[in-house]
Write a protein that binds this ligand. Structure first.
Ligand code: BTN
Length: 246
C-alpha cells in the first residue's frame, strides 16, 4: 500500500484549511494531513460554512507544488476520487457518484465536500490546502441541498474518523501517483467513470450568472463542457451545477 504523509490530529480547530493556511504562511511545506474532531468555523466553497461535529471527518492535506495554479487545481479531482474510494469501502462499490467539480453524492445526496485553497510562496511555488469533509456519522440539516451521511446507508456503525482518514489518505496517494505518472487524462477517465449527470440537463450557477444546458463531460483540463440550448459550448471552470434539482 502506498505510504501517505503523516497525520496530525487535533481535538478542535476553527478549520483544518485555516490551520493549513496559517502553517503555509509561516513557511511550512508539508506534506502533512491535518485533522480535527470538531471544527468551529469550518468553511465550504463559495464562502459557505461547513459544520463538523464529532463523528464526521474533517481533514486537510497541506502540500506544495511546482505546477501552475490551473494544473494544481486538478488535485481536487484526485481528492474526489479518493473520497469516492472511501465511500466504496464503507458502502459498497457504486454507492457513491461524483458531481462536478468534486462533490461526492451517496444515493443522490451530498456526503462529501472538498475545498482546495492555495497561495504563492516566496520561492515561487504554490502551497495547497486540500480540505475534505466527510459526513460519516451525521449530515447537516442547514444546507442548500439535501445532504446525507454514510451512517444512513450502513447496517453497522460508520468508521471512526481517524480510521476513515487512513483509507482516504492511502486512496489519495494512489490517485496522486496516477496523476503524476499518467497525467490528468487518467484521473479524468477515473472521474468520468464515477460521474453522475453527464449527458443530462443541468443548471450551472456561476459567480456572476446562471446557465442551463446539457453537461457533455470534462475538457482535458477538468473544465465542464456545457452545451447550451443554442448549440454553443461553454467551458465551466468555477461554480456549482445542479441536475434535476439535486
Ligand atoms: C463544500 O462546500 O462542498 C466544501 C466543503 C469542504 C469542507 C472541508 S472539512 C475539512 C476542510 N476544512 C474546512 O474548513 N473545510 C474543508
Amino acid at each position: 500500500m502506498a505510504a501517505h504523509p503523516p497525520i496530525e490530529a487535533y481535538d478542535e480547530l476553527d478549520s483544518t484549511n485555516a490551520e493549513a493556511r496559517r502553517r503555509a504562511e509561516a513557511g511550512e511545506v508539508g506534506p502533512v494531513w491535518i485533522t480535527a474532531a470538531v471544527q468551529t468555523a469550518g468553511r465550504g466553497r463559495r464562502g459557505r460554512a461547513w459544520s463538523t461535529n464529532r463523528g464526521n471527518l474533517a481533514a486537510t492535506l497541506l502540500t506544495v507544488t511546482d505546477r501552475p495554479a490551473g494544473e494544481a487545481a486538478q488535485l481536487s479531482f484526485v481528492a474526489a476520487l479518493a473520497a469516492c474510494d472511501l465511500a466504496d469501502a464503507c458502502l459498497g462499490a457504486g454507492a457513491a457518484r461524483l458531481k462536478w467539480p468534486n462533490d461526492v453524492l451517496v444515493h443522490g445526496k451530498k456526503a462529501v465536500g472538498i475545498l482546495v485553497e492555495s497561495g504563492a510562496r516566496p520561492d515561487g511555488r504554490l502551497w495547497l490546502a486540500v480540505g475534505i469533509g466527510v459526513n460519516l456519522a451525521h449530515a447537516p440539516q442547514d444546507v442548500e441541498r439535501p445532504a446525507t451521511a454514510f451512517a444512513e446507508h450502513m447496517a453497522g456503525q460508520p468508521p471512526e474518523p481517524r480510521a476513515a482518514l487512513e483509507v482516504l489518505a492511502h486512496a489519495f496517494e494512489r490517485w496522486r501517483t496516477t496523476w503524476s505518472t499518467h497525467g490528468f487524462a487518467a484521473v479524468a477517465a477515473g472521474w468520468s467513470e464515477r460521474a453522475t449527470g453527464i449527458g443530462q440537463r443541468c443548471e450551472a450557477r456561476l459567480p456572476n450568472r446562471t446557465l442551463s444546458g446539457v453537461a457533455e463531460g470534462l475538457d482535458p483540463d477538468g473544465a465542464l463542457r456545457l452545451r447550451l440550448d443554442d448549440g454553443a459550448v461553454e467551458r465551466i471552470t468555477a461554480g456549482d451545477v445542479f441536475f434535476g434539482g439535486a
